[in-house]
Design a protein around this ligand. Sequence first.
Ligand code: SF4
Ligand SMILES: [Zn+2]
Length: 316
Amino acid sequence: MNDNPSFEINDRWIVSSRGKKNSVDPSRPYAWLVEKERTSSGKIEDMATVFLTNRECPYHCLMCDLWKNTTDNTVPAGAIAGQIEWALSQLPETRHIKLYNSGSFFDGRAIPVEEHARIASLLSHFDTVIVESHPRLINDKCLQFRDMLKPALHIAMGLETVHPGIIRKLNKRMTLEDFEHTVQFLNRHQIMSRAFILLRPPFLSEAEGICWAERSIDFAFGAGVECCTIIPVRAGNGAMDLLRGTGHFEPPDIVSLERVLEYGIGLRRGRVFADTWDIGLFSSCDKCLTQRTQRLTEMNLSQEIIGPVVCGCEHR
Ligand code: SF4
Ligand SMILES: [Zn+2]
């Protein structure tokens, strides 16, 4: 696949390619749910996820569509803790919770530091709290938040890809050393980390997408993460649609996601999950989509490689 677009990929181009944001309410999370997850203890347990509404992430990664449910400005004082309190009143009781904020929990303009103490007190009955952050925003503030929490803190971070040319083009403004040093910092402070890894970012063929996702899993575990989540890349944020139109991007196939998940689980170096959100986008075969989705879900939960789905679509 051609990896040299005739235009420069930078913040300006990425932002100018966007459509409109969704309308969001700063007093409410924009989504919340409970799903099963194999937790770090090896048990399959309920995991709540609250998608907080807050100020847009200051980074503008090429593939990111999380800006759609964000605000332009910092939300009013107390709004984030209020959203969590409200979500907890709606959700069934669970022992584990993810607070995902379409950016970085440790970005003070998204989640004001003044709210950390109240957030920690609202979460005191959980065993585990997972937040997400750009690796470069992790520092001693994160340890201070960890010290306020009764539950264990885990942090999810986008490694994206270890392909040296593509990581630059993604506009992530992070080096592999940044990621590695951050994981080591967290490990020194007994904070578990998980890596988000992209399957087939732009400019890669299907086979290259698989290969680089596998190399990225190797790197993430080598750096010391406890868990990897593989995310198939999709269009829909403007920039990715333009790249698709110029032949620089095609979404991966669900079969590739199965292959990378098998690879990751087979390593036995930690938990590996496939993100099955909107999974129908990655299949053009109605005959096997349900079975493949079930297979991915079962492998996510069991962390075992289960028998393949056999369908003629793989040989077309
Ligand atoms: S750092 Fe994360 S949330 Fe921010 S733009 Fe990049 S992918 Fe999106
Ligand atoms: Zn099929």
